[in-house]
Design a protein around this ligand. Structure first.
Ligand SMILES: *Cc1c(COP(=O)(O)O)cnc(C)c1O
Length: 369
């Protein structure tokens, strides 16, 4: 049996009746777009995070773009983030017309090095975008302090951190805006595309509702500023409402998988993920580090284990971002990581048997390198 980094089919077998019932409910509701299910999901997702507003959108990339626009980010403004992230973080900034500016990540946890931010602030800087990469939070006290000192807003990229916490506070509840993706692989995944933006600010939420709906006020059908069609689909919203009630269970399942890796892969020379004090890690991906990464991945294929890399190319080294200030060589930790990291299979329904198979194969491969 082939083992992959992610698989949802076992989860679907377990949840099939609930998922199909959600689809049936929407199809019978008489309202296929922006109906009861989107409204209900928005209320429940906002309440889960203890923030005032949630606006459902079509995907995580647009959640970031609309979030930036709702915060007033304009073409020509600069937005500080990391290059060690999923490319869509940076694409979303570019789509808003803003210029992405990168700081490096830390050796310890591969997350944004907040001590480098102030050196990158200019009079065009408008917003900080910390990415809670792999499932644990960037130091939000440091981010907030810098943002307040320089009058910047904060958008949290929570696409990999549903349900994560820092000092008990849930990811997404400290920023001016937090953007979520419900792409199927995510910790809270839909059966297709989806996204959401949460915010404590009434005016930002009102602007988000216009931005996702052509720029219209939903009732009056007039447009002041032409915008997007970025609505969350009603069927996905109903499925997500049901999955939201199980989010804490999914997280516990991922944490159990992580604990088994920790037990099974001690003293193998693999660098295992470190969790910072005060963080509850939700393990969207389980990223390990080894200088012989490419050999390990290649040899595991003969065990029918197919791994991937999050992410093999730092965004600032991609040809599409060659116009930005950061050149190859300017973000040394990010660039070193990209050559050495890889992701082990991680999803809540990964069985202990399958996981044992991965651990044994890895131990064997590592002992013969
Ligand atoms: C998945 C992801 C996104 C993009 O979400 P989509 O729903 O695929 O558009 C953005 N940022 C990060 C960190 C992600 O992991």
């Amino acid at each position: 049996m082939t083992t992959r980094v992610w698989d949802y089919l076992l989860e679907y077998q377990n949840e099939r009746l609930d998922v199909l019932d959600a689809v049936e409910k929407v199809f019978n509701s008489g309202q296929l777009v922006l109906g009861e299910s989107v409204r209900g999901f928005e209320e429940e997702f906002a309440a889960y995070h203890g923030v005032g507003h949630c606006v459902g959108v079509d995907n995580g990339t647009n959640a970031i773009t609309l979030g930036l626009q709702a915060l007033g980010v304009q073409p020509g403004d600069e937005v500080i983030t990391v290059s060690n992230t999923a490319a869509p973080t940076v694409i979303a900034i570019d789509n808003a017309g803003a210029t992405p500016v990168f700081v490096d990540v830390r050796e310890e946890d591969f997350l944004m090095d907040t001590t480098q931010i102030e050196a990158k602030i200019t009079d065009r800087t408008r917003c900080l975008v910390p990415v809670h990469l792999y499932g644990q939070c960037v130091d939000m006290a440091a981010i907030r302090a810098i943002a307040d000192k320089h009058g910047l807003s904060v958008l949290e990229d929570c696409a990999q951190a549903h349900g994560a916490r820092q000092h008990g506070k849930i990811a997404g509840s400290t920023g001016d805006v937090a953007a979520f993706s419900f792409y199927p692989t995510k910790v809270l995944g839909a059966y297709g595309d989806g996204g959401a933006v949460i915010t404590p600010h009434d005016n930002v939420a009102a602007q988000l509702r216009r931005l996702r709906y052509y720029g219209m006020d939903e009732i009056y059908y007039t447009v002041q500023t032409p915008a997007h069609n970025s609505r969350l689909d009603e069927v996905q919203a109903e499925i997500l409402r049901r999955k939201l009630t199980r989010l804490d269970t999914y997280v516990a399942g991922r944490q159990a998988v992580a604990r088994r890796y920790e037990e099974g892969l001690q003293d193998t020379g693999l660098r295992l993920p470190a969790t910072n004090a005060g963080n509850d890690h939700v393990y969207y991906v389980y990223v390990v580090r080894h200088p012989r990464r490419d050999d390990i991945i290649e040899r595991l294929k003969s065990y029918d284990i197919h791994l991937n890399i999050s992410y093999p190319w730092p965004v600032h080294t991609m040809s599409g971002f060659a116009h930005l200030a950061e050149r190859t060589g300017s973000l040394p930790v990010t660039e070193a990581l990209a050559g050495e990291i890889f992701s082990l299979p991680m999803y809540p329904s990964l069985s202990p048997d399958q996981q044992d198979k991965v651990v044994h194969a890895l131990r064997q491969v590592l002992s013969t390198l």
